[in-house]
Design a protein around this ligand. Sequence first.
Ligand code: NI
Length: 212
Amino acid sequence: MGPSPRKRLPLWAVSAAASAAALLILGGVALSLASRPTVQTGPVTRSAGQVDIGGPFTLTDQTGATFTEADLQGRPSLIYFGYTFCPDVCPLSLQVMQRALERLPEDQRAQVRPVFISVDPERDTVERLAEYVDTPGFPPGLVGLTGTPEQVEEAKTEFRIFSARGEGEGDFYLVDHTSLIYLMDENGEFAAAFGHTESPETVAAAVADLTG
Ligand code: NI
């Protein structure tokens, strides 16, 4: 990708960097933006026709502490929405995140806040997230977030994440979900999105651009 991913990119630039699946999702973003009510709860800093990802949310981290959009301030973040029972795509995405981070010099890596947000709050308790974030191969310092179903829905909406219960019975079920690694800048604003098939080099370059 040629241009810097800093700040809000036009939709086409983001799509060029994303996987085919991500492209569909971001297409949906454009559509939902067009039909979205014009009520804004924060400062109006987003312009029409650009990707509007991120906004107010209240969740709980793996230590039981409250975590809101204010906690995304001050440092860039890499954010991924998924669920801890996910057999394949979520672990893969978190490993891509880590492989990208380990390419950076320590001082740059230390600036980045890696975040995993559950789309499966019924099963992803604080206790379960506490174990999950320590999985070998995941980014050290990974923040795991969950909440009430309503809080999770609120966060999903702000970040344009789709998820729905899939195959399975009882407590054993899959969850279909958007698989995008979001890079947010030090102001908590959207900078770039990557599919889970993105190369760690590409993700690292984008992160380096915000931390260099
Ligand atoms: Ni998954």
